[in-house]
Design a protein around this ligand. Structure first.
Ligand SMILES: CC(C)(COP(=O)(O)OP(=O)(O)OC[C@H]1O[C@@H](n2cnc3c(N)ncnc32)[C@H](O)[C@@H]1OP(=O)(O)O)[C@@H](O)C(=O)NCCC(=O)NCCS
Length: 162
């Protein structure tokens, strides 16, 4: 574990560094990501800084090295939130995502969210491991929902009650 990791609520001042973090993951040689559109700092502002989003960043020496985001759905699904998490490559497997998820789960107690869901590609072993570690259960899948390097993989839906 890295010392001096600081977990704080995501704010506008972190957006540029979050953008850099996402781009570094997108540019990984064998990226695990399944994003449908490439973010911009402007699109991140719209998606991260709004009343339906709860998000924390992990910072090391003021640099954003990880992020967790929960997006609350609307209307009759407003008791459901979708979680996503990302950590810079060089800081993985040291408990950063675990720390971020623990923090956001505490924060969720202040909201009306009753269920969390998450989507992950079947090839994403670290992400599936995170799901299991935090008590998510497989709730369904889109068969062959992800195409990676010319091969189809299932897109798995996980769910957990809070
Ligand atoms: C998924 C991700 C956020 C995990 O972040 P992290 O900070 O490395 O996670 P942690 O160190 O807290 O925990 C990692 C867990 O995954 C396990 N893990 C790490 N690498 C693994 C691998 N290649 N295969 C299987 N399990 C792995 C670790 O053993 C650990 O489990 P444990 O605590 O039970 O031992 C990180 O790998 C990542 O950013 N990946 C790229 C982006 C991504 O895929 N995001 C999720 C999209 S659904």
């Amino acid at each position: 574990m890295f010392e001096n990791i600081e977990i704080t609520k995501t704010s506008k001042k972190h957006l540029k560094q979050i953008y850099d973090l996402y781009m570094s993951i997108l540019n990984e040689k064998n990226t695990m990501w399944t994003v449908s559109s490439i973010p911009t700092v402007k699109s991140l502002k719209q998606s991260l800084i709004d009343s339906k989003t709860t998000s924390f960043v992990a910072r090391l020496n003021k640099d954003v090295i990880g992020i967790v985001v929960i997006k609350k759905y609307d209307g009759r699904r407003s008791h459901v939130g979708e979680i996503g998490y990302d950590v810079k490559n060089e800081y993985r497997n040291s408990g950063v995502a675990t720390l971020l998820i623990k923090n956001i789960l505490k924060e969720l107690k202040k909201t009306n969210i009753k269920y969390l869901i998450a989507w992950t590609a079947d090839y994403n072993e670290p992400s599936k491991r995170m799901m299991k570690k935090f008590g998510f259960r497989k709730a369904g899948k889109i068969k062959n929902g992800v195409l990676k390097n010319g091969k189809y993989y299932d897109y798995i839906l996980f769910q957990r009650a809070l």
